[in-house]
Ligand binder design. Sequence first.
Ligand SMILES: NC(=O)c1ccc[n+]([C@@H]2O[C@H](COP(=O)([O-])OP(=O)(O)OC[C@H]3O[C@@H](n4cnc5c(N)ncnc54)[C@H](O)[C@@H]3O)[C@@H](O)[C@H]2O)c1
Length: 456
Amino acid sequence: MKLNRRHFLKTAGLSAAGLLTSQLPISSAEAVPTKPAAGASVMGLVVPKIDTVRVGFIGVGQRGSGHVKHFCHLEGVEIKAICDTDAQVLDKSIEFVIAQGLPKPARYTGSEQAYKDLLNRDDIDIVIISTPWEWHAPMAIDTMESGKHAFVEVPLALTVEECWQIVDTAERTQKNCMMMENVNYGRDELMVLNMVRQGLFGELLHGEAAYIHELRWQMKEIDSKTGSWRTYWHTKRNGNLYPTHGLGPVSQYMNINRGDRFDYLTSMSSPALGRALYAEREFPDDHERNQLNYINGDMNTTLIKTVKGRSIMVQHDTTTPRPYSRHNLIQGTNGVFAGFPNRIAIEQAGSASYHKWDRDMAKWYAKYDHPLWQRMGQEAERNGGHGGMDFLMLWRMVYCLRNAEPLDQDVYDGAAWSVVNILSEASVNNRSNSVNFPDFTRGAWKSGKPLGLIGA
Ligand SMILES: NC(=O)c1ccc[n+]([C@@H]2O[C@H](COP(=O)([O-])OP(=O)(O)OC[C@H]3O[C@@H](n4cnc5c(N)ncnc54)[C@H](O)[C@@H]3O)[C@@H](O)[C@H]2O)c1
């Protein structure tokens, strides 16, 4: 052991004294899973200006149809084609586009592979993928292979191998692959990012994120809609099935992949009881929902350690009866912000102001509303979509493409945030032992630039 450690210190070129500071990883640094690159890094990728962004949609169910609606109200875009295996929802979206006075998009349906015909077109720049989770990785990869930029709903992928395939493909093709984490564009999340950047909380120490959203009712969606496929994930995997909504913003506060990186996690699940009880209460005895073996713990709690020593708690619970929360907590040496409901406590010189939460947000919005929200917030709220965050995200994607700017979220972010799904399962199944994160950036996180305070 001693020899190995001495060897590691030598080969890493670090002094023993340096390594012993709490800022540097000791336990996992020797075993960071990574892979040789298949092409140049796409960190900060800027692609040539696209004056009119020509878009194709794959999957226009509950989520994708909303994206189509927003695109009808965006400047500088053309909706070229839409694909869905469900002809009914497909036609609804096509009719919506026509009703806005826009040209009729081409229609693709008839098989699960019909999306490949859409990808064969040469008049599309970007593809928006809003299909069930298992389709995200193959469709994103096929999109980039067809020479188009991929924009994918959450989560980006479902296995570590898929994450690597997506990263490899983005690097080889030099295409964008953005996981569309809309919560990063919420007014509160943007304001907290602005506060963090201005140093209000001091040095960041700890974050808390969550997707606590009671969704048992989706089990009643049997033949179509989200519950018709999502329910089965509760029978296949025990971990955090949906980590990115809470984790995306906390990662941007902490500059994850841009100066810091997820190092390892440990995860624990509660018993899985709620879905079986719900099925027993809501469905006849012989109903399929009563035959399923629900294994995903009702509450999953994962702890992530970053290489800078910070900690993040991420929770997942779509089963128990309790109010919605993404926690949205960020703790620094000088104070804390917490969401759901919003509250803040800051140490001010000579006062013990931090013993009480300040819940009056008006003055904080007035001082710290993010420049992007100041510019676009009203229009975003008017267009709606989770309080405007959906519209703002899509607007910002189009803005970056039309102005040759890097996107706010890249393929490495999508992979790092999504892989928590997979690694949490591995930890839960191994008595919560820690699991190392792959370094999808292959070391580029060290020089990655923190996200700027985009005001556009
Ligand atoms: N970011 C958010 O706030 C948010 C909110 C809701 C859903 N989502 C995500 O959006 C995605 C879609 O969820 P949803 O609620 O719209 O589900 P949904 O079941 O309503 O829609 C999925 C659609 O994909 C279609 N589809 C399935 N396989 C296909 C294939 N091979 N080719 C073409 N179309 C296919 C289905 O027919 C359906 O219309 C999921 O990944 C979900 O996690 C994100």
